[in-house]
Design a protein around this ligand. Sequence first.
Ligand code: SAM
Length: 398
Amino acid sequence: MVDQLIADHEDKGLRMRPEVEQALRAVPRDRFTPGVTVERAYLADRSVVTKRASDGEAVSSVSAPFLISEMLNQAADAVDGLRGRSVLEIGSGGYNAALLAELVGPDGSVTTVDIDSEVTDRATACLSATGYDRVSVVCADAAQPIQPGRSYDLIIVTVGAWDIPPAWVAQLTDDGVLVVPLRTFGMTRSWALRRAGDRLVSHSQRLCGFVSMQGTGASQVRHVDLAPGVELRLDELQQQVDPEAIDGLLSAPSTQAWAGMSLPPATVLADLDLWLACRVTGEGQQFVVLAAEQTAIDAGVVAPAWRFGTPATLSKGGLCYRGELTWTDSRFDLGARAHGPDADAVARQMVEQMRAWVDAGTPSPVLHVLPAGTPDGDLLAGTVLDKRHSRLAITFTS
Ligand SMILES: C[S@@+](CC[C@H](N)C(=O)[O-])C[C@H]1O[C@@H](n2cnc3c(N)ncnc32)[C@H](O)[C@@H]1O
Protein backbone atom coordinates (compact mmCIF):
# COMPACT_ATOMS: atom_id res chain seq x y z
CA MET A 1 0.00 0.00 0.00
CA VAL A 2 2.74 2.45 0.95
CA ASP A 3 4.77 1.69 -2.19
CA GLN A 4 1.65 2.41 -4.21
CA LEU A 5 1.06 5.69 -2.31
CA ILE A 6 4.63 6.83 -3.01
CA ALA A 7 4.21 6.04 -6.72
CA ASP A 8 0.86 7.94 -6.76
CA HIS A 9 2.47 10.97 -5.14
CA GLU A 10 5.26 10.95 -7.73
CA ASP A 11 2.72 10.69 -10.58
CA LYS A 12 0.97 13.79 -9.24
CA GLY A 13 4.25 15.68 -8.82
CA LEU A 14 3.92 15.56 -5.01
CA ARG A 15 6.57 14.60 -2.46
CA MET A 16 5.98 11.98 0.25
CA ARG A 17 7.75 13.19 3.40
CA PRO A 18 9.92 10.45 4.94
CA GLU A 19 8.25 10.71 8.36
CA VAL A 20 4.78 10.31 6.79
CA GLU A 21 6.03 7.23 4.92
CA GLN A 22 7.43 5.85 8.17
CA ALA A 23 4.13 6.42 10.01
CA LEU A 24 2.16 4.75 7.19
CA ARG A 25 4.48 1.74 7.40
CA ALA A 26 4.13 1.57 11.20
CA VAL A 27 0.35 1.70 11.78
CA PRO A 28 -1.58 -1.55 11.08
CA ARG A 29 -4.53 -0.20 9.05
CA ASP A 30 -6.42 -3.51 9.13
CA ARG A 31 -6.86 -3.11 12.92
CA PHE A 32 -8.97 0.04 12.29
CA THR A 33 -11.17 -1.24 9.43
CA PRO A 34 -13.87 -3.50 10.87
CA GLY A 35 -15.62 -6.05 8.68
CA VAL A 36 -13.30 -6.08 5.68
CA THR A 37 -10.52 -8.41 4.60
CA VAL A 38 -6.87 -7.51 5.15
CA GLU A 39 -6.43 -7.16 1.36
CA ARG A 40 -9.32 -4.69 1.18
CA ALA A 41 -8.05 -2.71 4.17
CA TYR A 42 -4.76 -2.01 2.35
CA LEU A 43 -6.16 -0.80 -1.00
CA ALA A 44 -4.53 2.59 -1.45
CA ASP A 45 -7.46 4.29 -3.16
CA ARG A 46 -10.41 2.95 -1.16
CA SER A 47 -12.13 4.21 1.96
CA VAL A 48 -13.95 1.73 4.22
CA VAL A 49 -17.48 2.90 5.00
CA THR A 50 -18.34 2.16 8.65
CA LYS A 51 -21.78 3.77 8.90
CA ARG A 52 -24.60 4.78 6.55
CA ALA A 53 -27.71 6.95 7.09
CA SER A 54 -31.16 5.44 6.48
CA ASP A 55 -31.09 6.71 2.84
CA GLY A 56 -27.83 4.80 2.24
CA GLU A 57 -25.54 7.84 2.27
CA ALA A 58 -22.16 7.22 3.97
CA VAL A 59 -21.85 9.22 7.21
CA SER A 60 -18.67 7.68 8.61
CA SER A 61 -15.70 5.92 7.07
CA VAL A 62 -12.04 5.15 7.51
CA SER A 63 -10.73 7.47 4.79
CA ALA A 64 -8.84 6.27 1.71
CA PRO A 65 -5.08 5.97 2.31
CA PHE A 66 -4.16 8.19 -0.67
CA LEU A 67 -6.27 11.02 0.74
CA ILE A 68 -5.01 10.56 4.29
CA SER A 69 -1.43 10.60 3.10
CA GLU A 70 -1.90 13.67 0.86
CA MET A 71 -3.48 15.58 3.75
CA LEU A 72 -0.79 14.52 6.25
CA ASN A 73 1.90 15.67 3.81
CA GLN A 74 0.03 18.95 3.30
CA ALA A 75 -0.18 19.41 7.09
CA ALA A 76 3.46 18.51 7.76
CA ASP A 77 4.65 20.83 4.96
CA ALA A 78 2.53 23.73 6.22
CA VAL A 79 3.58 23.43 9.90
CA ASP A 80 7.15 22.51 8.90
CA GLY A 81 7.22 19.11 10.60
CA LEU A 82 4.81 17.60 13.09
CA ARG A 83 7.25 16.33 15.73
CA GLY A 84 6.28 17.62 19.19
CA ARG A 85 3.18 19.45 17.87
CA SER A 86 -0.23 19.54 19.43
CA VAL A 87 -2.92 18.34 17.02
CA LEU A 88 -6.72 18.26 16.97
CA GLU A 89 -8.30 15.86 14.50
CA ILE A 90 -11.97 16.52 13.63
CA GLY A 91 -13.77 13.34 12.51
CA SER A 92 -12.51 10.14 14.11
CA GLY A 93 -11.96 6.58 13.03
CA GLY A 94 -8.72 5.86 14.86
CA TYR A 95 -6.46 5.20 11.88
CA ASN A 96 -5.53 8.79 11.06
CA ALA A 97 -5.22 9.59 14.79
CA ALA A 98 -2.73 6.72 15.15
CA LEU A 99 -0.71 8.07 12.19
CA LEU A 100 -0.76 11.52 13.80
CA ALA A 101 0.42 9.99 17.11
CA GLU A 102 3.40 8.46 15.22
CA LEU A 103 4.13 11.83 13.60
CA VAL A 104 3.95 14.03 16.72
CA GLY A 105 5.99 11.53 18.79
CA PRO A 106 6.11 11.26 22.60
CA ASP A 107 6.43 15.04 23.15
CA GLY A 108 3.40 15.95 21.06
CA SER A 109 -0.30 15.38 21.64
CA VAL A 110 -3.27 14.21 19.58
CA THR A 111 -6.94 14.80 20.39
CA THR A 112 -9.56 13.35 18.06
CA VAL A 113 -13.21 14.39 18.15
CA ASP A 114 -16.33 12.92 16.57
CA ILE A 115 -20.00 13.82 16.86
CA ASP A 116 -21.03 10.15 16.93
CA SER A 117 -20.46 8.10 20.10
CA GLU A 118 -20.47 4.82 18.12
CA VAL A 119 -17.46 6.18 16.20
CA THR A 120 -15.62 7.44 19.29
CA ASP A 121 -16.26 4.15 21.15
CA ARG A 122 -14.80 2.17 18.26
CA ALA A 123 -11.88 4.57 17.82
CA THR A 124 -11.07 4.35 21.54
CA ALA A 125 -11.12 0.54 21.42
CA CYS A 126 -8.99 0.32 18.24
CA LEU A 127 -6.45 2.87 19.50
CA SER A 128 -6.13 1.06 22.81
CA ALA A 129 -5.78 -2.38 21.15
CA THR A 130 -2.94 -1.09 18.96
CA GLY A 131 -1.07 0.74 21.74
CA TYR A 132 -2.07 4.31 20.80
CA ASP A 133 -3.97 5.02 24.02
CA ARG A 134 -2.18 8.36 24.46
CA VAL A 135 -4.59 9.75 21.86
CA SER A 136 -7.40 11.57 23.62
CA VAL A 137 -10.84 10.77 22.13
CA VAL A 138 -13.74 13.22 22.62
CA CYS A 139 -17.39 12.91 21.57
CA ALA A 140 -18.71 16.38 20.61
CA ASP A 141 -19.87 18.59 17.75
CA ALA A 142 -16.54 19.99 16.58
CA ALA A 143 -18.09 23.19 15.21
CA GLN A 144 -17.85 24.28 18.87
CA PRO A 145 -14.62 24.68 20.90
CA ILE A 146 -13.44 21.27 22.18
CA GLN A 147 -11.19 21.99 25.15
CA PRO A 148 -11.80 25.70 25.92
CA GLY A 149 -8.60 27.62 26.54
CA ARG A 150 -6.46 25.09 24.69
CA SER A 151 -4.84 25.83 21.31
CA TYR A 152 -3.40 23.55 18.66
CA ASP A 153 -0.53 23.85 16.17
CA LEU A 154 -2.61 21.85 13.71
CA ILE A 155 -6.33 21.23 13.32
CA ILE A 156 -6.93 18.60 10.67
CA VAL A 157 -10.55 18.20 9.59
CA THR A 158 -11.45 14.84 8.08
CA VAL A 159 -15.07 15.55 7.23
CA GLY A 160 -16.44 17.72 4.42
CA ALA A 161 -17.11 21.30 5.55
CA TRP A 162 -18.92 24.15 3.79
CA ASP A 163 -17.78 26.93 6.13
CA ILE A 164 -15.04 27.68 8.68
CA PRO A 165 -16.66 27.94 12.15
CA PRO A 166 -15.03 30.68 14.29
CA ALA A 167 -14.04 28.01 16.87
CA TRP A 168 -11.52 26.50 14.41
CA VAL A 169 -9.61 29.75 13.94
CA ALA A 170 -9.83 30.59 17.66
CA GLN A 171 -8.35 27.22 18.69
CA LEU A 172 -5.24 27.59 16.49
CA THR A 173 -1.95 28.88 17.87
CA ASP A 174 -0.88 32.27 16.42
CA ASP A 175 0.67 30.72 13.30
CA GLY A 176 -1.21 27.40 13.54
CA VAL A 177 -2.46 25.51 10.49
CA LEU A 178 -5.95 24.31 9.60
CA VAL A 179 -6.21 21.53 7.01
CA VAL A 180 -9.81 21.27 5.87
CA PRO A 181 -11.78 19.72 3.01
CA LEU A 182 -13.86 22.80 2.16
CA ARG A 183 -16.64 23.01 -0.41
CA THR A 184 -16.74 26.17 -2.50
CA PHE A 185 -19.11 26.44 -5.49
CA GLY A 186 -20.02 22.75 -4.95
CA MET A 187 -16.40 21.54 -5.36
CA THR A 188 -14.28 20.24 -2.47
CA ARG A 189 -10.55 20.89 -2.02
CA SER A 190 -8.38 20.03 0.96
CA TRP A 191 -6.87 23.42 1.87
CA ALA A 192 -3.89 23.84 4.22
CA LEU A 193 -4.49 27.30 5.72
CA ARG A 194 -2.11 29.18 8.01
CA ARG A 195 -3.43 31.56 10.66
CA ALA A 196 -2.41 35.25 10.59
CA GLY A 197 -4.41 37.12 13.25
CA ASP A 198 -8.12 36.59 12.60
CA ARG A 199 -7.42 35.45 9.02
CA LEU A 200 -6.24 32.30 7.29
CA VAL A 201 -4.25 32.10 4.04
CA SER A 202 -3.76 28.92 2.03
CA HIS A 203 -0.42 27.21 1.66
CA SER A 204 -1.59 24.35 -0.59
CA GLN A 205 -4.72 22.66 -1.88
CA ARG A 206 -5.67 19.26 -3.31
CA LEU A 207 -8.74 17.81 -4.96
CA CYS A 208 -10.65 15.55 -2.54
CA GLY A 209 -14.05 14.23 -1.47
CA PHE A 210 -15.45 13.52 2.01
CA VAL A 211 -18.65 12.59 3.86
CA SER A 212 -20.48 15.79 4.88
CA MET A 213 -20.31 17.44 8.25
CA GLN A 214 -23.25 16.90 10.63
CA GLY A 215 -24.45 19.02 13.56
CA THR A 216 -24.51 22.81 13.70
CA GLY A 217 -22.02 23.12 10.80
CA ALA A 218 -24.05 20.93 8.43
CA SER A 219 -24.91 22.35 5.02
CA GLN A 220 -26.27 20.16 2.27
CA VAL A 221 -25.83 20.57 -1.48
CA ARG A 222 -29.21 21.03 -3.23
CA HIS A 223 -29.89 18.76 -6.20
CA VAL A 224 -32.01 19.78 -9.19
CA ASP A 225 -32.99 17.14 -11.77
CA LEU A 226 -32.29 18.17 -15.34
CA ALA A 227 -33.12 14.92 -17.15
CA PRO A 228 -33.16 11.25 -16.10
CA GLY A 229 -29.68 10.58 -14.67
CA VAL A 230 -28.50 14.20 -14.96
CA GLU A 231 -28.60 16.76 -12.16
CA LEU A 232 -27.34 20.19 -11.24
CA ARG A 233 -25.85 20.88 -7.81
CA LEU A 234 -26.39 24.20 -6.09
CA ASP A 235 -24.17 24.90 -3.14
CA GLU A 236 -23.88 28.54 -2.22
CA LEU A 237 -26.32 30.77 -0.31
CA GLN A 238 -29.08 32.38 -2.40
CA GLN A 239 -28.55 30.03 -5.38
CA GLN A 240 -31.87 29.38 -7.12
CA VAL A 241 -32.80 27.76 -10.40
CA ASP A 242 -35.97 28.71 -12.27
CA PRO A 243 -37.63 25.32 -13.11
CA GLU A 244 -39.07 26.80 -16.32
CA ALA A 245 -35.63 27.86 -17.53
CA ILE A 246 -34.27 24.31 -17.33
CA ASP A 247 -37.35 22.47 -18.56
CA GLY A 248 -36.40 20.50 -21.68
CA LEU A 249 -33.03 22.26 -21.88
CA LEU A 250 -31.08 19.10 -22.70
CA SER A 251 -33.45 18.22 -25.56
CA ALA A 252 -32.28 21.34 -27.42
CA PRO A 253 -29.44 20.59 -29.88
CA SER A 254 -25.99 20.94 -28.34
CA THR A 255 -23.01 22.89 -29.56
CA GLN A 256 -19.32 22.21 -28.91
CA ALA A 257 -16.56 24.83 -28.76
CA TRP A 258 -12.82 24.16 -28.41
CA ALA A 259 -10.27 26.35 -26.73
CA GLY A 260 -7.70 25.51 -29.44
CA MET A 261 -4.91 25.23 -26.86
CA SER A 262 -2.08 22.84 -26.31
CA LEU A 263 -2.16 21.90 -22.63
CA PRO A 264 1.17 21.92 -20.79
CA PRO A 265 2.24 18.64 -19.15
CA ALA A 266 0.86 17.86 -15.66
CA THR A 267 -1.86 20.51 -15.95
CA VAL A 268 -4.08 20.43 -12.84
CA LEU A 269 -7.57 20.68 -14.30
CA ALA A 270 -9.09 20.93 -10.81
CA ASP A 271 -7.46 24.40 -10.70
CA LEU A 272 -9.16 25.31 -13.97
CA ASP A 273 -12.51 24.29 -12.49
CA LEU A 274 -12.12 26.79 -9.62
CA TRP A 275 -10.92 29.43 -12.10
CA LEU A 276 -14.12 28.90 -14.11
CA ALA A 277 -16.24 29.08 -10.95
CA CYS A 278 -14.62 32.42 -10.12
CA ARG A 279 -14.69 33.89 -13.63
CA VAL A 280 -17.97 32.87 -15.21
CA THR A 281 -20.37 34.00 -12.47
CA GLY A 282 -22.31 37.27 -12.76
CA GLU A 283 -24.17 39.23 -15.42
CA GLY A 284 -27.20 36.91 -15.40
CA GLN A 285 -25.04 33.80 -15.38
CA GLN A 286 -24.61 31.49 -12.42
CA PHE A 287 -22.08 28.77 -11.73
CA VAL A 288 -23.44 25.28 -11.00
CA VAL A 289 -22.02 21.75 -10.95
CA LEU A 290 -23.34 19.13 -13.36
CA ALA A 291 -23.30 15.42 -12.45
CA ALA A 292 -24.50 12.48 -14.53
CA GLU A 293 -25.11 8.75 -14.34
CA GLN A 294 -23.07 6.66 -16.78
CA THR A 295 -26.35 5.58 -18.45
CA ALA A 296 -27.13 9.22 -19.38
CA ILE A 297 -23.62 9.61 -20.83
CA ASP A 298 -23.89 6.34 -22.77
CA ALA A 299 -27.26 7.52 -24.15
CA GLY A 300 -25.57 10.72 -25.41
CA VAL A 301 -27.64 13.05 -23.19
CA VAL A 302 -24.53 14.79 -21.80
CA ALA A 303 -20.75 14.37 -22.17
CA PRO A 304 -19.17 16.05 -19.13
CA ALA A 305 -15.45 16.17 -18.35
CA TRP A 306 -16.07 14.27 -15.11
CA ARG A 307 -19.40 12.67 -14.42
CA PHE A 308 -19.19 13.14 -10.63
CA GLY A 309 -19.05 16.94 -10.87
CA THR A 310 -18.23 19.17 -13.83
CA PRO A 311 -18.21 22.97 -13.79
CA ALA A 312 -21.20 24.44 -15.59
CA THR A 313 -23.01 27.72 -16.13
CA LEU A 314 -26.67 28.47 -16.36
CA SER A 315 -28.09 31.63 -17.95
CA LYS A 316 -30.83 32.79 -20.30
CA GLY A 317 -28.48 31.73 -23.10
CA GLY A 318 -28.57 28.11 -21.90
CA LEU A 319 -26.58 25.51 -20.01
CA CYS A 320 -22.85 25.14 -20.67
CA TYR A 321 -20.37 22.70 -19.10
CA ARG A 322 -16.76 21.63 -19.43
CA GLY A 323 -16.63 18.71 -21.87
CA GLU A 324 -14.17 15.87 -22.20
CA LEU A 325 -10.62 16.66 -23.29
CA THR A 326 -9.84 15.88 -26.87
CA TRP A 327 -6.61 14.69 -28.46
CA THR A 328 -6.07 16.27 -31.87
CA ASP A 329 -2.91 16.99 -33.85
CA SER A 330 -0.71 15.68 -31.03
CA ARG A 331 -2.19 17.93 -28.35
CA PHE A 332 -4.85 17.83 -25.66
CA ASP A 333 -7.48 20.50 -25.99
CA LEU A 334 -10.16 21.82 -23.67
CA GLY A 335 -13.76 22.16 -24.73
CA ALA A 336 -17.18 23.35 -23.65
CA ARG A 337 -20.56 21.94 -24.59
CA ALA A 338 -23.77 23.96 -24.46
CA HIS A 339 -27.52 23.56 -24.95
CA GLY A 340 -30.10 26.33 -25.22
CA PRO A 341 -31.22 29.37 -27.19
CA ASP A 342 -27.77 30.97 -27.28
CA ALA A 343 -25.62 27.86 -26.99
CA ASP A 344 -22.85 29.09 -29.31
CA ALA A 345 -22.32 32.27 -27.31
CA VAL A 346 -22.26 30.60 -23.88
CA ALA A 347 -19.88 27.87 -25.10
CA ARG A 348 -17.58 30.52 -26.61
CA GLN A 349 -17.63 32.46 -23.34
CA MET A 350 -16.53 29.39 -21.37
CA VAL A 351 -13.68 28.48 -23.73
CA GLU A 352 -12.48 32.10 -23.64
CA GLN A 353 -12.03 31.66 -19.89
CA MET A 354 -10.20 28.35 -20.48
CA ARG A 355 -7.82 30.14 -22.85
CA ALA A 356 -7.34 32.95 -20.34
CA TRP A 357 -6.34 30.39 -17.68
CA VAL A 358 -3.79 28.68 -19.95
CA ASP A 359 -2.45 32.06 -21.17
CA ALA A 360 -2.04 33.15 -17.53
CA GLY A 361 0.25 30.10 -16.95
CA THR A 362 -2.43 27.69 -15.51
CA PRO A 363 -2.42 29.47 -12.11
CA SER A 364 -3.52 27.76 -8.90
CA PRO A 365 -6.07 29.16 -6.47
CA VAL A 366 -5.11 30.82 -3.19
CA LEU A 367 -7.77 31.03 -0.49
CA HIS A 368 -8.04 33.82 2.07
CA VAL A 369 -10.52 33.26 4.93
CA LEU A 370 -11.77 36.35 6.78
CA PRO A 371 -14.41 36.67 9.49
CA ALA A 372 -18.00 37.38 8.43
CA GLY A 373 -18.60 41.11 8.69
CA THR A 374 -15.16 42.07 7.32
CA PRO A 375 -15.83 45.28 5.34
CA ASP A 376 -15.51 45.02 1.55
CA GLY A 377 -12.62 47.52 1.64
CA ASP A 378 -10.54 45.09 3.74
CA LEU A 379 -10.92 42.23 1.25
CA LEU A 380 -8.28 41.41 -1.31
CA ALA A 381 -8.94 41.68 -4.99
CA GLY A 382 -10.33 38.36 -6.12
CA THR A 383 -13.60 36.51 -6.06
CA VAL A 384 -15.48 36.89 -2.79
CA LEU A 385 -17.72 34.13 -1.53
CA ASP A 386 -19.84 34.78 1.56
CA LYS A 387 -20.47 31.85 3.91
CA ARG A 388 -22.32 32.05 7.25
CA HIS A 389 -19.27 32.59 9.48
CA SER A 390 -16.63 33.67 7.00
CA ARG A 391 -15.90 35.67 3.88
CA LEU A 392 -13.68 33.80 1.43
CA ALA A 393 -11.55 35.57 -1.15
CA ILE A 394 -10.04 33.45 -3.93
CA THR A 395 -7.10 34.75 -5.95
CA PHE A 396 -4.86 32.92 -8.46
CA THR A 397 -1.09 32.62 -8.63
CA SER A 398 1.20 30.92 -11.14
C1 SAM B 1 -14.43 10.33 7.06
S1 SAM B 1 -14.85 10.09 8.73
C2 SAM B 1 -13.33 10.36 9.58
C3 SAM B 1 -12.20 9.46 9.16
C4 SAM B 1 -11.10 9.29 10.15
N1 SAM B 1 -10.40 10.52 10.45
C5 SAM B 1 -10.09 8.22 9.78
O1 SAM B 1 -9.20 7.98 10.59
O2 SAM B 1 -10.15 7.64 8.69
C6 SAM B 1 -15.76 11.56 9.13
C7 SAM B 1 -16.28 11.59 10.54
O3 SAM B 1 -16.70 12.92 10.83
C8 SAM B 1 -17.70 12.83 11.83
N2 SAM B 1 -18.41 14.11 11.94
C9 SAM B 1 -19.38 14.62 11.15
N3 SAM B 1 -19.77 15.83 11.59
C10 SAM B 1 -19.04 16.11 12.70
C11 SAM B 1 -19.00 17.20 13.61
N4 SAM B 1 -19.80 18.27 13.48
N5 SAM B 1 -18.13 17.13 14.65
C12 SAM B 1 -17.31 16.05 14.81
N6 SAM B 1 -17.32 14.99 13.98
C13 SAM B 1 -18.16 15.02 12.93
C14 SAM B 1 -18.56 11.67 11.34
O4 SAM B 1 -19.31 11.11 12.42
C15 SAM B 1 -17.51 10.72 10.78
O5 SAM B 1 -17.19 9.69 11.67
